[in-house]
Design a protein around this ligand. Structure first.
Ligand SMILES: [Zn+2]
Ligand SMILES: [Zn+2]
Length: 374
């Protein structure tokens, strides 16, 4: 370990559900042999962060959220290999490396995904951050990036090239990876296929960009905000539909695609929309869905339609990503001008996090990215 403890970490801390964020100077108490300390330059704001603000999930202690961090390796534990101080990195979700899914190289389905990403503490229940009033939870999605430093593990730290525009890369760790990975890893439309994407937020638009990169013939974006549909067109959608002005979205898709779409992706977590995502498919079509519905949510679908038409309904976490493969692939596409994520990003100063959140909730910004102070 090469950092000099104690280290001060400026963080936006959620004191309790619904309380709002408060900036605090925390102390990093220790860094373990298997951990990596990253000095963040920026972090994206993901809908999942916002959805956790009001959950009675992490009630016993204050917590640092945030999970689209990008920065430079500041220190590495003695058992960490393959990362060095100064490396530019993107942070992604964490996984155990030992379970059946991880050994099959499917870390997004790690059997310990919830413990490692949502509980926001080390597995032994300790935390490396301390505030004036006591311990503060970290390790949300293995990173807790609403802070100037993150304590991570090598499995969720992805090294990038030295010439990368690092401040823009954080959303590759979750939102962009989720949408793009759903298309590149799971749906894999051919050049003659049609794809319908329901929802044109950052995840849906990343899916549109990935489909465009695959030269998919017909890419239909569906959203209730015309500004989002304009963004979808700008990054590759061939058609757009606003359900507010259409009597029957399913019929409209069938007309555009000549009998139904080959592939569909629902990013809305709205069960009525997910049902439509299944209904718009032609025989043998595949529907993927990535929206974070609450536990216990039930879906009503016509089972006969799925059976008789051989349709597939597939849940997808983090785009089925192996982050160390997918994130560099997306960076390469971005640099080639084929994944124009810069068009979706608006930068905010870290201190303006509340404004970034309200702009995101209103739909005024597709992907807010918070820049850390130098
Ligand atoms: Zn695992
Ligand atoms: Zn996320």
């Amino acid at each position: 370990m090469t950092h000099e403890a104690p280290l001060t970490v400026r963080a936006a801390v959620l004191q309790r559900p619904g309380a709002g964020l408060r900036f605090e100077d925390l102390t990093l108490t220790d860094l373990r042999d298997d951990e990596v300390l990253v000095r963040l330059v920026a972090t994206g704001l993901c809908h999942t962060d916002i959805s956790f603000f009001n959950r009675p999930f992490l009630v016993d202690r204050p917590v640092v959220l945030g999970h689209e961090g990008a920065g430079y390796v500041h220190a590495v534990g003695s058992s960490v290999h393959g990362l060095s101080v100064g490396d530019p990195v993107v942070l992604s979700f964490d996984s155990c490396g030992l379970c059946e899914s991880c050994t099959r190289d499917e870390p997004a389905y790690c059997h310990d995904f919830v413990d490692l990403n949502f509980v926001a503490q080390r597995r032994d229940g300790t935390t490396a951050l301390r505030g004036a009033d006591g311990p503060v939870r970290h390790a949300f999605f293995g990173q807790s990036s609403f802070a100037t430093y993150s304590v991570c593990h090598p499995r969720n730290v992805v090294r990038l090239g030295d010439d990368t525009d690092l401040a823009m890369m954080g959303p590759l760790g979750c939102g962009f990876q989720t949408g793009a990975g759903a298309v590149l890893n799971v749906l894999q439309p051919s050049k003659t296929d049609s794809l319908v994407v329901f929802g044109s937020g950052s995840v849906g638009l990343a899916a549109v960009m990935a489909a465009k990169a695959l030269e998919t013939a017909t890419i239909i974006a569906v959203d209730r905000l015309d500004s989002r549909l304009q963004a979808a067109t700008a990054v590759g959608a061939t058609h757009t539909l606003n359900p507010a002005g259409i009597a029957d979205v399913v019929a409209a898709v069938r007309e555009i695609t000549g009998g139904g779409a080959h592939r569909s992706l629902d990013t809305t977590a709205n069960m009525a929309v997910l049902r439509q995502s299944v209904e718009v498919l032609r025989p043998r079509g595949v529907c993927g869905f990535v929206g974070g519905a609450a536990a216990g949510t039930e879906l009503c679908v016509d089972v006969r339609d799925i059976m008789m038409n051989g349709k597939t309904l597939r849940g997808i976490i983090e785009g089925d990503s192996r982050p160390h493969e997918l994130i560099p692939r997306l960076v390469a596409l971005y640099r080639a001008g084929r994944f124009p994520m810069n068009e979706l990003i608006r930068f905010y100063a870290f201190e303006d996090i509340d404004r970034a959140i309200s702009d995101s909730e209103r739909g005024d910004v597709v992907k807010a990215v918070l820049r850390m102070p130098d």
